[in-house]
Design a protein around this ligand. Structure first.
Ligand SMILES: [Zn+2]
Length: 64
């Protein structure tokens, strides 16, 4: 089982069942919620590669 991390809120997402995903710079990112994907797509540079940091958290999907 492959778990990916939602770069927006840090929640674990199952890659097998995740339907909400986005590709950026050749990498696939998975999201728990459409709101997280929208946030990522608006500013992918800010979140890509910053999965360990949670400053500027702006997830509004209620999954925190
Ligand atoms: Zn999320």
């Amino acid at each position: 089982m492959n778990m990916a991390k939602d770069p927006i809120c840090g929640m674990n997402v199952n890659e097998k069942t995740a339907k909400i995903k986005s590709e950026y710079m050749g990498k696939t990112y998975y999201f728990c919620n459409q709101a997280c994907k929208t946030t990522f797509d608006k500013n992918p540079m800010r979140y890509a590669g910053e999965q360990e940091k949670h400053s500027g958290h702006s997830c509004d999907c209620g999954c925190r």
